[in-house]
Design a protein around this ligand. Structure first.
Ligand SMILES: [Zn+2]
Length: 113
C-alpha cells in the first residue's frame, strides 16, 4: 500500500465497543485503536492500516522516562483516549509512537536503570 501523506489528527481512540472499519470493513474489536472521523452526527472509525498508522505501537502511561525518550525518537506521536462508561468522559490510555522509536526508548531506558 502506498503511503500517502494523510492529515493526521493527534488523538486516536480505543474502541469501547466492537465496530467495523469504514475504509476496509475489517472487524474492529473492543480496545482496538482507531482514528475517528466526524461526519455530520456520525462517527466513522478507520483502522490503523487504513490510516497508514500500522507502524505505531501503544505505550501505556506510567513510565515517564520511556515516554519521554519515545517522544524524542518518534517523528510523530498520538495520544490514545478511550471512552469511559463509568465516568462519561474520555480517559487517556497512553501514547502511540513509532515501533522503532519505542524499541530504542526501552533499550535506552533499560540501560539507565
Ligand atoms: Zn481499515
Amino acid at each position: 500500500m502506498a503511503k500517502e501523506p494523510v492529515a493526521k489528527p493527534d488523538v486516536l481512540f480505543a474502541l469501547s465497543r466492537a465496530s467495523r472499519c469504514h475504509g476496509c470493513d475489517a472487524k474492529l474489536n473492543v480496545d482496538e485503536i482507531v482514528r475517528l472521523n466526524k461526519k455530520d452526527d456520525e462517527k466513522e472509525a478507520f483502522c490503523l492500516r487504513c490510516s497508514a498508522l500500522s507502524e505505531m505501537e501503544l505505550l501505556r502511561s506510567g513510565n515517564a522516562l520511556v515516554t519521554r525518550l519515545a517522544k524524542k525518537y518518534s517523528t510523530t506521536h498520538f495520544v490514545e483516549m478511550k471512552w469511559s462508561e463509568v465516568w462519561k468522559t474520555y480517559e487517556r490510555q497512553g501514547l502511540l509512537v513509532e515501533r522503532e522509536a519505542l524499541r530504542k526508548a526501552r533499550e535506552e531506558a533499560g540501560q539507565k536503570q
